[in-house]
Each structure stands twice: as C-alpha cells, then as structure tokens.
Design a protein around this ligand. Sequence first.
Ligand code: NZQ
Ligand code: ZN
Length: 388
Amino acid sequence: MLNFELKNPTKILFGKGQIARIAKELPKDAKILMLYGGGSIKKNGVYEQVVQALEGFQWQEFGGIPANPEYSVLLEALKVIKEEKITYLLAVGGGSVIDGVKFLSAAALYTGDSPWDILEKNMRTEEGAALPFATVLTLPATGSEMNSGSVISRAETGQKLSMGGPGLFPVFSILDPTVVASIPARQIANGVTDAFTHVLEQYVTYPVGAILQDRFAESVMQSLVEVAPKIMQNPADYEAAANFMWCCTMALNGLLSRGVPGDWAIHAIGHELTAQYHIDHARTLAIILPGHYTYNLEAKKEKLAQYGTRVWGITTGTIEEKAAAAIAKTEAFFNRLNIPTHLSEYTENYEGTAEKIAATFTERGWVALGEHRNLKPSDVEVIVKMRY
Ligand code: NZQ
Ligand code: ZN
C-alpha cells in the first residue's frame, strides 16, 4: 500500500426530509447566494423546500447554470457575489451546479487578473482561500458533493478544465434520495456510468497490496451493478435511490484513492469529447474506457482480471482472457443502461477527433497520462481511434 493522507471535512446529512436541516447548519449572519441550474428544482419541489428552509436568512438566488458549467455564465454570478457582498454560497443541483459554485467560491477571493487563471494555471485552492459553501444534491453521479474537485467549460475557447484543492470541500451536503424520483432515465444512466468509472479510474491500475482499498472499490461497483436495473426501472424506489446516491458519493470522496495509484486518463480524454461535441460527461467515459483498457491491457491485466473475477464472476481463462472478458462485461453493462459506446453513435463528423485531442494535449504539455505517467499524445490518438 502507498503512503497517504486523508482528510474529508464535508458533513453529510443523508435521508428523507433532510433539506429542512439547512436552517440549522447555515450561519445566521451569512449573506447567502443560492445557485441552481436550468430549473428542474422548480418542477420537483426541491426549490420550495430550500426556500422554506431559508426563511429568516438574508438570501438571494442565481439560476441558469448550464450542464457542463459555463465560464461566461459563472462570471455573471461572480459579479452578483461581489456587488452584493455575499459571504456564503448554496448550490442546489447536480455536479454542474456544484462545480460551478466551487469555482465561484475560489474566484470570489481570487486577487489575480483573470479568474480563468485558476483553471488554466491549475492553481490549488488552499483551506481558507475560498468562500464557504454547502450543497443540496439533486443528481447522484459526480461525487462533487463530498470532494474538492471541479470541472469548468469555456465555450469561447472550447476548453474544459479541472481545478481543486483542500479549500473546496463543501461545508455540508444534503443527500435526500427522494430527489432521484424526478431524474430522467438518461441522467440516471449517466450517474451510474460516471460513478462506476470513477471507481475503475482508482482501481484498474497495478496491484500494490492494498487489500481493503480493493475491497472497498469492489463493493461500490457490486452495489452499483445490483442497484442499476432497479433504479433505471423505477427512480421512485426509495431504497434503490438511497443506495444509488450513497454509491455515487463514496465512489469519489477521496476514500478509494488513498494508498493506491490513480489513472484518470479516461476522464482527461473524455473531457475533450465533451468540449468538442457536447457529449454528456458519463457517455464520453463509456466511449473511451474499452479502448483505453484494451490498449493498456498488458500494464493493467492483473487488476482487470481481479475486477472481472470479483465483480463479474469471471473464473475461467488466463489472466489476459479474464482481463479482456472484464472489459467486454463493462461495455455490455453500459450498453444495458442504453449508453452507446462508440463515437460514431454520437456524431457523424468524428474523423480527425483523435488527432485534434492529441494535438491539444501536446500543446498543454500533457505528455504523461495514466498511472505510470507513460501515455503520450500519440497513444491517446490510437485509443481514441479505436473508439470511432
Ligand atoms: O439544470 P437542471 O434544470 O437542474 O437539470 C439538470 C441537468 O439538465 C438535470 N437534473 C439534475 N437533477 C435533477 C435533474 N432533472 C430532474 N430531476 C433532478 N433531481 O440533469 C441534467 C444534468 O445535470 P448535471 O449537473 O450537468 O449532471 P452531473 O451531475 O452528471 O454533472 C456533470 C458535470 O460534472 C463534472 C462533469 O465533467 C460535468 O461537467 N464532473 C465533476 C466531478 C467532480 N466535481 O468531482 C467529477 C466528474 O468526473 C465530472 O467530471
Ligand atoms: Zn466522472
């Protein structure tokens, strides 16, 4: 097992009726900006519950943060935060709203020329260097409600970049599984796929003897496999929704990555597909994952075979055969969620995509992806081509 440090300060309030707890958790003297997305919270009753909980507080709202939170929209919110001297942010939404709020929380206290620097220069936001914020999660998927990472898009330049740091954990997050009932099947499938891939990015590397970490990761994947058909069939099934929600949070709250190597190449490549074609985040992962694992089978075969045996019950064949079967099982799992896994199923104009992504990575100096930091842009080009 590798050395590690673990600190996750986010308080989780989980279960039915927890949105009302906002009133007890927020500081009474805070000047609050509540931020949300395109309006789903106004149709499913979440908005009313939040407004009720905010009674007696000094607060205002900012709606319209789009999926894949857009920098130009966030700059409008930043203006409000500065003009109104806001002291506390409350994100009500999925990963996009929460990520947008993380950016705003750092940008509000940033003293440099352009807040885009935080992303472009990959600046770490330290504790105390951001406005405090909390979240009401409405879409289980990203784990953003209990981690300190954020991904922001900028249409003007076609970029989608990450940021983070210990100052960007939510103070508290409300996880009420009843919000899942209103999520369209497409987004539920995205949530399962994203969370499942998060676990794999922290697991399909090489063995380091981290027995408990491996079992934690496998248990999250086994639970997602078990709950996926139930939640796809009936998002109002509270038990299924509760398990789905907690799996997504646990998949990316820092626990699984401790003491083990991390890959994250699938995400790095996937973000470029979202930037180029606006393909939903989770779907970009489902496209890239089979190619990445097949291309790097030799380096990843031990963990792939272990995953195949423990999660999918593959018991026969050589290590290589088990590893290949595990990749096929994963792709079939995504397909059962109605997620297509080839780029040509999303766009007709896919020719040249691989070269473009490789060139972008070269330009940024990203020449060392994967757990061995040995994947070059030329490897990325081959992987993307495998998935046309
Ligand atoms: O905008 P509204 O109207 O709220 O609608 C949203 C949006 O259209 C809708 N939705 C959310 N909750 C709902 C609901 N519809 C009905 N009922 C509800 N209860 O779902 C749509 C998608 O929402 P979005 O927040 O974009 O989805 P998701 O949570 O999948 O977030 C995706 C973003 O998170 C980033 C992705 O790159 C992408 O930008 N990620 C963030 C990570 C992190 N911070 O740790 C890690 C991930 O790997 C990922 O990169
Ligand atoms: Zn993801």
